[in-house]
Design a protein around this ligand. Structure first.
Ligand code: NAD
Length: 300
């Protein structure tokens, strides 16, 4: 049975690594925050004291980190700190599941290729619930061979596995998706609040819009209005889920990508501005559906 190293055990990485253990794989884990490793150790993971220690000798390395700078530093090294590329064997498959800019993913893939090592970007969609349920969507960028080799580990954590193209293509597809998601979340929030302002019950309005032409993922799975869906972050004080700061990061990536390709993305630009404003009001660590509060009257 192959050994998988899993580095970055936050809201997403922790349940993803747990699903590898459930699938019977040998898993070594590392996170900068030691407490993040405790529950995985209880589930049978081997805890490493460094990222390089976890990765050395593993046949597959998976990373789930906040942003591009973390991914570059970890794989390529930083100053006197060795990078993962310095310690892994030539036949190791490297899979980065973080959402980062396509250029950073392409840079790491190119550096890995110099040593004959396969690196694939495989950002995910499905949120923390999808990570826990093992039903994530993986959006991969890399060679056909890397995509084939990744199947057993990705299938243990997800249901839909797409090959978007070569290095970086997974990241491009992912930020297109998240830009659309932010627009849907903002639009759904303002529509729901307008209905409430006119005396409608948000549950009834949600049921109507869900099966009408305004239906979308946020109404089906992630309603932003507290009390409409019991299990989602909006009904739990907007805790857990997908942080506003991470959405701001992704919308920044989508605007950088739009500049590079000279694409017109007015809705994405507006959504970024709204989310930046929301973060600046102290909401950065809350779930991204809390943007709903920007439209709701202030509580006295
Ligand atoms: P998080 O902040 O909860 O977790 C990131 C983890 O990485 C933290 O535990 C941190 O300590 C660790 N880390 C940072 N640098 C490290 C290093 N050098 N070595 C080891 N560990 C390190 O973030 P998250 O919500 O798990 O998201 C991770 C990535 O997945 C982000 O790129 C995010 O955009 C993306 N994503 C998140 C969601 C979601 O719903 N949360 C959904 C899809 C994609």
């Amino acid at each position: 049975m192959s050994t998988v190293a899993f580095i970055g055990l936050g809201n997403m990485g922790s349940p993803m690594a747990a699903n590898l253990l459930k699938a019977g794989m040998t898993v070594r884990v590392f996170d900068l925050v030691p407490e993040a490793m405790k529950s995985l150790a209880d589930q049978g993971a081997f805890v490493s004291s460094t990222a390089c220690g976890a990765a050395a000798g593993a046949s597959v390395v998976i990373t789930m980190l906040p942003a591009g700078k973390h991914v570059k530093n970890l794989y390529l090294g930083n100053g006197s700190d060795k990078g993962l590329l310095d310690v892994v064997a030539g036949d190791t498959l490297l899979i980065d599941c973080s959402t980062i800019d396509a250029q950073s993913a392409q840079l790491v893939a190119a550096e890995a290729a110099k040593s004959g090592i396969e690196f694939m970007d495989a950002p995910v969609s499905g949120g923390t619930a999808g990570a826990a349920a093992g039903s994530l969507t993986f959006i991969c960028g890399g060679s056909d061979a890397a995509f084939e080799r990744a199947q057993p580990v990705l299938k243990a954590m997800g249901m839909n596995i797409f090959h978007a193209g070569g290095a970086g293509a997974g990241q491009v597809a992912k930020i297109c998706n998240n830009m659309l998601l932010s627009v849907l979340m903002v639009g759904t929030s303002e529509a729901l609040q307008m209905g409430v302002d006119h005396g409608l019950d948000p549950k009834v309005l949600s049921d109507i819009m869900k099966v009408s032409s305004g239906g979308n993922w946020t109404l089906d799975k992630y309603n932003p209005c507290p009390g409409v869906m019991e299990t989602v972050p909006s009904s739990k004080g907007y805790e857990g889920g997908f942080m506003v700061d991470l959405m701001v990061k992704d919308l920044g990536l989508s605007q950088e990508a739009a500049l590079l390709s000279n694409s017109s993305t007015p809705m994405g630009a507006l959504a970024r501005s709204l989310y930046v404003n929301h973060a600046r009001q102290g909401n950065g660590r809350r779930d991204f559906s809390s943007i709903f509060e920007q439209f709701a009257p202030l509580k006295k």
